[in-house]
Design a protein around this ligand. Structure first.
Ligand code: PLP
Length: 388
């Protein structure tokens, strides 16, 4: 018998016809990308999307996703990274040098502050916290070393909505580049470039994925010069995303707006109802009057994410609040949000908002999934009994 030669499987002559048309793009995966000849290899410039160099620098699947995220955000160029936090780090590393200072809101996403406190500090980059509701106070914090202002709307966990227009105006007047963590707005509730923000970062892990099963981040720009700085840092750091993950995002994006509004409607109904409950002293949802920054939310947003926090009244101990969270059945205990499953997490406020916890009681963050409002409300009703 002749021995099968695998070469013909590796160099197979069959070429599928071009022009395959279907609702979803194919998934392209590669480390190696092949060039027709040496001249083509030498001519390729890996900075641009007019061809392919190496899997890390893009495939048809990741290029298509980058273009769609740029469209979603209203920007011109986008780069993909393996997580939302990697997107924050990429912006910091691309724009900051030793001696520079970055300003962070005092309700910034925790790991972003942790990066500033540890590695950025080690590289001689300082940070300062600012009050996102006090745009007038920002100018006093800016020095010649201030190179980057991070914005986040709404803020993490305590959900205050910043005066974006005022903060951006103050930063622009001082010549400081602005970047927003737009994970909450997801390209739906808020149009950051229309407010004059320079860089829009998003954890695609949340709404654009919507499945609770993909980690990815994006950094979108309108300015070609800013994009080039970010793209170069992206390449130097070796950031890339997997084709199958990009495919999941491409499949989820068409339903993004529908899902966003569904999460929003259920969350707002539950937030309004929780505000009437005697066990809850405060509901922190930017679309509810009385939430700090509500007027800025109303002026700048057309929707809200399905994410809010409640302050359980201070007459209940931490152990009682933990028992309430443990008693939830449909709400699962876990980080992240914007997937189908509702989630609850109790947070310790003591290290937040620059060490000045602003609200008495115990904070529980609720991420509303896609279950029915009635089922989630019934779950909260039965779990609240665990407080007594
Ligand atoms: C989740 C989240 C991130 C980080 O995203 P990962 O993909 O989990 O790293 C950053 N910012 C905000 C506001 C987030 O909610």
């Amino acid at each position: 018998m002749t021995r099968f030669d695998p070469t013909e499987l590796i160099h197979h002559p069959y070429q599928a016809p071009a022009g395959f048309a279907a609702p979803q793009l194919g998934v392209y995966k590669a480390s190696t990308v092949m060039f027709p000849n040496v001249a083509a290899l030498r001519q390729r410039d890996w900075r641009f999307k007019d061809g392919y160099t190496y899997g890390l620098h893009g495939t048809p699947t990741t290029f298509a996703l980058e273009e769609r995220i740029a469209t979603l955000e209203g920007g011109s160029q986008c780069v993909l990274v393996p997580s939302g936090l990697a997107a924050v780090a990429l912006v910091d590393l691309a724009l900051l040098s030793p001696g520079d200072e970055v300003l962070l809101p005092d309700n910034v996403y925790g790991p972003s502050l942790e990066l500033a406190r540890t590695d950025l500090a080690r590289w001689g980059i300082t940070h300062r916290l600012y009050d996102p509701l006090d745009a007038a106070g920002l100018a006093a914090l800016v020095t010649p070393n201030t190179k980057l202002l991070w914005l986040e709307a709404a803020g993490s966990v305590t959900m205050e909505f910043p005066d974006l227009a005022g903060l951006v105006q103050a930063a622009r007047a001082a010549g400081v580049t602005t970047a927003i963590d737009n994970t909450w707005g997801a390209g739906i509730a808020l149009r950051p470039f229309e407010l004059g923000i320079d860089i829009v970062m998003q954890a695609l892990t949340k709404f654009p994925s919507g499945g609770g099963d993909v980690l990815m981040g994006s950094v979108t720009t309108r300015s070609a010069a800013l994009h080039e700085r970010i793209k170069l840092a992206h390449m130097h750091l070796g950031y890339g995303v997997a084709g199958n993950d990009a495919e999941l995002l491409l499949r989820s994006l068409p339903s993004l707006a529908l899902r966003y509004h569904a999460h929003d409607a259920t969350a707002r109904a539950l937030a309004e109802w929780l505000a009437t409950r005697p066990e809850i002293s405060r509901v922190l949802h930017p679309a509810l009057p009385g939430c700090p920054g509500h007027a800025y939310w109303r002026a700048q947003c057309t929707a809200a994410a399905g994410l809010f926090s409640v302050m359980v009244d201070e007459r209940y101990s931490q152990a009682q609040v933990d028992a309430f969270v443990d008693a939830l059945r449909l709400f699962k205990i876990g980080y992240s949000w914007a997937g189908p499953v509702s989630l609850a997490v109790p947070y310790d406020l003591s290290g937040m908002r620059g060490g000045r916890p602003p609200y008495p009681g115990t904070l529980v963050r609720l991420a509303i999934g896609l279950e029915s409002e009635a089922a989630l409300r019934a779950d909260l009703v039965q779990a609240l009994r665990a407080l007594d």
